[in-house]
Ligand binder design. Structure first.
Ligand code: GLU
Length: 728
């Protein structure tokens, strides 16, 4: 009887575990997680295996033998790449390489418009300034770093000590090598990791589709599903004789990687396991309620309004004068990119009730803290302190947004920063110093006027200043605004007209005259130039009033963040938490999935070439499918890259990604490349703040579409033949 009761209890326990398990998992939900490869734990590996992963943690990261980390470098300074041949062939996103491609344009070729394909190594184009950085190893140095600090220290002292210890450790780690080392905090400074890297600097362009394929759908489609663009470009890493990094030389030879990705032609189906490895740049998953509320009420709405105002001015100017498009297309794209991202965040956070959920989480946290007196002593103040500090932060955040997003980033202010060499001149400066400053500016000033239209720029300036004055408290106005009231009766328009008609900056002829006649005697006149005056009034406001306050409050918040994470780690268990993204190597895993976009509306997980042609029919002006691609479609010349007659283009999965994950390999359970990550869905852009696998999706180009473009569209069989392609 006794035994039987125990048996029943055991059965009951199993049922309970089964029932509770899904809720328990909600802490970190399926698809969620930017896992640190060396910290992959039993829980991760088991979950990955359940979903279809067939390899081991050692296959992902190892310092003893070649592993996937050796095939996933940082591309440039903010993207990821994937090595796909033993000859250093590197795959990344078109939108990561388009700046390079554009800079290679010349009188004979417009590579962005035409695309580019190298049919031999000799045709590959060197990309000066571009680099690719591999992770050699990473190491937990938490103990060494934190052994010199204690809880009694103030934050300034703590930071100074940590900084000093880190630079010593970094130096020691790479002594006698050509590697670089950097120590970065994880879990808000609860842990520190050393990253040793190797940077290759001879990188050459190998192939890119024309913009009509690489960015099909344009800005309208950015952050949006369904997608139909082949967002990829191919580069090659070159090395010196011993496979070591070397500056560009025609003698260099293709880099021989320790590891490259085999490619699968099997494709992906709904629910298939996928993982993404790369360098996500920024997430803030553990924001407290007070911070997220502020972001929803102040930060994002302000930045959205500012960008919307600028976009309205530019769109009005372009509709009057379509020729301005050439000058303003890139500026509009830049404004649109995060304007869309921030509005998506607001949408998602509201739709998924994130604020209410945070409140609930914080209630649970409070109960956990209060259940233990030691915990209560250490952590009991965190949430109320957050509330207090975020209240203190409020006016400075608003002023900071208007300083930076609204005014400091105006083109004329960007131009003013080019005058930096003049700022260090004094009445005593030598003729040599003056000549240097003048020559420097004469050599560079044209880059500003290239994409500048005086009237449009003036309208932007008027709107930006007007908006600032209507939204920001008088106490945070730059001193130049006094002039508007004193000399121009409060008319921003009159003030800006005066600025544009008298300053040297808005007019290239005036500027050149000024530069040719400049001497230190005219320094005073230079500082009284209204654009320079405006620039300094902004800088003074920011660096004397806004940033010092932001910094000192943020220092207190940094401390709270650290102990909040320390507490959460105890409360939830180490295994369930992942550190926020910080441009270090991460792995996320999940499944191929569509999503429910609205009541009664669901999105399928893949798009097709047929859909691309339909999109062109709907909007022939914006979406141009190149003739050759249309012909391939009509001829159904897809083999072996199609699913029967369907040429699949892009697919969705619930892998967590972030800015920086662009160009990351999407890998199947066997470790083969099945796609290239390039974007996220608008409804899920809140993933950086609160990832939710119900609506957060990463968007990838199907690798088969990439191969189809290289093979059938470009005819670059030379590239196909150097890859390791698996048909099954
Ligand atoms: N849409 C973004 C861009 O155009 C990148 C996507 C992401 O951050 O996931 O840069």
């Amino acid at each position: 009887m006794f035994v039987r009761l125990n048996y029943l209890k055991y059965q009951l326990f199993k049922i309970l575990v089964f029932l509770i398990y899904p809720f328990y998992c909600l802490d970190v939900s399926a698809g969620e997680g930017l896992w640190v490869p060396v910290l992959l734990n039993k829980y991760n590996i088991e979950e990955m295996q359940q979903k279809g992963f067939k390899l081991s943690a050692e296959d992902i990261y190892s310092i003893n033998h070649a592993s996937m980390k050796d095939a996933v470098p940082i591309f440039g300074h903010g993207c990821t790449g994937a090595v796909i041949s033993d000859q250093g062939l590197l795959l990344t996103n078109y939108h990561c390489g388009d700046g390079q491609i554009k800079s290679l344009n010349n009188g004979a070729h417009q590579y962005l418009a035409e695309g580019f394909w190298a049919f031999s190594r000799q045709q590959e184009l060197p990309c000066p300034g571009l680099s690719v950085t591999f992770l050699v190893r990473m190491e937990d140095v938490t103990k060494q770093v934190l052994s010199f600090v204690n809880d009694q220290m103030n934050e300034e002292k703590r930071i100074a000590i940590i900084h000093a210890v880190c630079s010593q450790l970094e130096k020691k780690a790479v002594q006698g090598t050509s590697y670089k080392a950097e120590i970065k905090p994880l879990f808000k400074g609860n842990n520190y990791y050393l990253y040793v890297t190797e940077e290759y600097k001879d990188i050459r362009l190998v192939g890119a589709p024309p913009v009509s394929i690489g960015k099909f759908g344009g800005d309208k489609d950015n952050w949006v599903w369904p997608r139909h663009n082949a967002d990829f470009a191919l580069f090659r890493i070159y090395a010196g004789k011993n496979n070591q990094p070397a500056s560009y030389s025609p003698e260099n030879i293709p880099f021989r990687p320790a590891k490259y990705f085999p490619i699968s032609l099997k494709g992906v189906r709904e629910n298939d396991f996928t993982m993404v490895m790369g360098y996500p740049g920024y997430t803030d998953e553990y924001l407290p309620f007070a911070a997220l509320k502020q972001l929803m009420e102040i930060d994002n709405p302000s930045k959205i309004l500012i960008r919307q105002t600028k976009l309205d001015v530019l769109n009005a100017a372009l509709s009057k004068n379509p020729q301005l498009k050439a000058k303003y297309a890139d500026k509009i794209s830049n404004l649109l990119n995060y304007w869309k991202k921030w509005s998506g965040e607001i949408y998602g956070i509201k739709r998924m009730n994130v604020l209410a959920r945070k409140r609930e989480d914080e209630k649970q946290f409070t109960s956990w803290v209060q259940a233990d007196s030691i915990r209560n002593y250490r952590y009991g103040h965190i949430l109320s302190d957050y509330q207090q500090y975020y209240n203190e932060l409020k006016p400075y955040v608003l002023a900071g947004d208007y300083f930076y997003e609204d005014t400091y980033t105006l083109d004329l202010m960007n131009f003013a920063t080019m005058f930096k060499p003049f700022f260090s001149l004094t009445e005593l400066s030598s003729k040599d110093q003056v000549d240097k400053a003048v020559t420097n500016l004469l050599a560079n000033y044209k880059t500003f006027y290239k994409n500048y239209d005086k009237e449009t720029d003036k309208q932007l300036f008027i709107k930006a200043v007007t908006l600032y004055r209507s939204k920001v408290n008088y106490g945070f106005w730059p001193s130049a605004f006094n002039k508007i009231d004193r000399q121009f009766g409060g008319s921003v328009k009159k003030y800006v007209n005066y600025l544009y008609s008298t300053s040297y900056l808005p007019d290239s002829n005036r500027l050149v005259d000024f530069l040719h006649t400049f001497s230190v005697k005219r320094l005073k006149q230079f500082y009284h130039d209204p654009a320079i005056e405006f620039y300094f009034s902004l800088v003074n406001l920011a660096f004397q009033k806004i940033y010092p306050a932001l910094d000192s409050i943020n220092l207190k918040i940094d401390y709270l963040n650290r102990i909040y994470l320390e507490a959460l780690k105890q409360m939830k268990g180490d295994q369930k938490l992942y550190p926020d993204a910080n441009l270090t190597l991460r792995l996320s895993y999940g499944q191929v999935r569509g999503y429910k976009v609205a009541d009664a509306v669901s999105y399928n997980y893949f798009t097709t070439l047929k859909g691309m042609l339909e999109k062109q029919n709907d909007n022939p002006a914006e979406n141009q499918v190149p003739e050759k691609l249309r012909k391939l479609y009509w001829a159904k010349d897809f083999a072996p890259y199609a699913d029967k007659d369907t040429m699949k283009l892009c697919f969705l999965a619930d892998n967590q990604t972030s800015g920086g994950s662009s160009g990351s390999p999407v890998i199947n359970g066997e470790g083969q490349l099945v796609g290239l990550n390039f974007d996220r869905n608008w409804e899920g852009t809140m993933g950086d703040l609160s990832f939710n696998p119900d609506i957060c999706r990463n968007i990838s180009v199907d690798i088969r579409y990439i191969l189809f473009i290289i093979d059938k569209y470009a005819g670059a069989k030379n590239l196909i033949s150097e890859m390791d392609i698996h048909f099954r």
